[in-house]
Write a protein that binds this ligand. Structure first.
Ligand SMILES: *Cc1c(COP(=O)(O)O)cnc(C)c1O
Length: 390
């Protein structure tokens, strides 16, 4: 029988909420780093990842991701690096999705070589990922939807095939958030998050999380205690405050992104839209099966007549900014941001053109966002027309 899970809206508000600690409805902040001995058992200590404030958030995230256990980290990269280092030892092999988040990619190519851990990158098709498996493959790390083209990995199929081979599967679930996707329900072993994005949601917090079975999380915790990427109580308070509106925010972002994607798909100055919620998206059917909804991230190719930089300059409401998942809509040109260090040929091979714009859709009114995008494309057109005239 499937375990019963509390609804996402309810879990966002109530999971991890302590009763009877004081008269308030909000968990108190306990900034202590020294705690009185109670017995000889586990002592509270921030770097042991077990203080009261850490535990409240862990409980909330654990319920939102349908995981047995979880750890809260000081950044997404702390969660990812500690997880990989806890599971991989010299001589193990790893399969990594091609086009992982830049920081993860950088960690892999700089740190794993030094540790003597060979790895291969593979495309988002399950046959490619499984095709890269060797006799000593220990884990497979993916993202879905991917950045910036929102490709979809069939998670259930991947998890099933990996499990048959005794391989651990890990997904970075940052883009979907636990509101839209629960990979553990699909058989994935571990979920990692950059909480800096949707979980924090206000572009003012940096944290991360790893979630999975008790035994895997215990293994990661041992390593984490030695590496030390923990979060303090005041940050925990802010994370908790953010998480209470997670389901509400993401729901609005899903709705807005759908509206924006439909608008862009019909716009004459847009060559192509990448959004898994569109039926034209190659991963749409799989996404519809494995996701609750399609998320707030999308990207699109502008036609040549609207230069990408001009377009970003002309946006009034949508802020040209890195990062994503905030209440405010932001836009980037991956060619100048996430993929600027990548050789041109390699970038184009991945399908990331010079005119590709990535949007993180916020919680504003969808009509206002559409209006802003429309006027920025128009402005590009007029300016070009007048410079040709001159
Ligand atoms: C931002 C991000 C990370 C890294 O998280 P930090 O909190 O910046 O360390 C990892 N994965 C994805 C998909 C991200 O967007």
């Amino acid at each position: 029988m499937k375990p019963h899970h509390i609804s996402k809206h309810t879990a966002s508000v109530h999971a991890g909420q302590q009763r009877n600690t004081n008269q308030g409805v909000v968990n108190p902040i306990d900034p202590s780093t020294a705690f009185q001995y109670i017995d000889a058992g586990d002592q509270f200590y921030p770097r042991y990842f077990n203080t009261p404030n850490q535990s409240h958030i862990i409980e909330k995230l654990r319920q939102l991701e349908h995981a047995e256990s979880a750890l809260l980290f000081s950044s997404g990269m702390a969660a990812i690096s500690t997880t990989l280092l806890a599971l991989l030892k010299s001589g193990d092999h790893a399969v990594m999705l091609r086009g992982l988040y830049g920081g993860t990619h950088s960690f892999i190519i700089h740190e794993l070589d030094e540790l003597g851990v060979p790895y291969d990158f593979a495309g988002a098709e399950v046959e490619e990922l499984i095709g890269a498996v060797r006799h000593n493959t220990r884990l497979i790390l993916v993202e879905s939807p991917t950045n910036p083209l929102l490709q979809i990995v069939d998670l259930q199929q991947l998890a099933g095939q990996a499990k048959q081979r005794g391989i651990i599967t890990i997904i970075d679930n940052t883009f979907a958030s636990p509101i839209n996707q629960n990979p553990i329900d699909l058989g994935i072993d571990l979920v990692v998050h950059s909480g800096t994005k949707y979980l924090g949601g206000h572009s003012d917090l940096c944290f991360g999380a790893a979630l999975g079975s008790q035994s895997l999380i215990d293994q990661i915790r041992d390593k984490a205690i030695r590496y030390g990427g923990s979060v303090n109580a005041v940050t925990c308070y802010l994370i908790e405050r953010s998480l209470k509106t997670l389901a509400l925010r993401v729901e609005k972002q899903n709705h807005n992104a759908k509206r924006v994607a439909q608008f862009l798909e019909e716009h004459p100055q847009v060559e192509r839209v990448y959004y898994p919620g569109l039926t034209s998206h190659p991963g749409h059917r799989c996404a519809a099966e494995q996701m609750e909804d399609f998320g707030g991230m999308l990207s699109f190719e502008l036609s040549e007549s609207v230069p990408g930089r001009d377009f970003l300059d002309k946006l009034n409401l949508i802020t040209p900014a890195m990062s994503l998942g905030g209440v405010e809509s932001t836009a980037t040109l991956p060619v100048f941001t996430s993929h600027r260090l990548m050789p041109d040929a390699e970038r184009r091979r991945l399908g990331i053109g010079d005119q590709l714009v990535r949007l993180s859709v916020g919680i504003e009114d969808a009509d206002d966002l559409i209006e802003d995008l429309g006027q920025a494309m128009l402005a590009g057109e007029t300016r070009r027309a007048s410079s040709i005239g001159a």
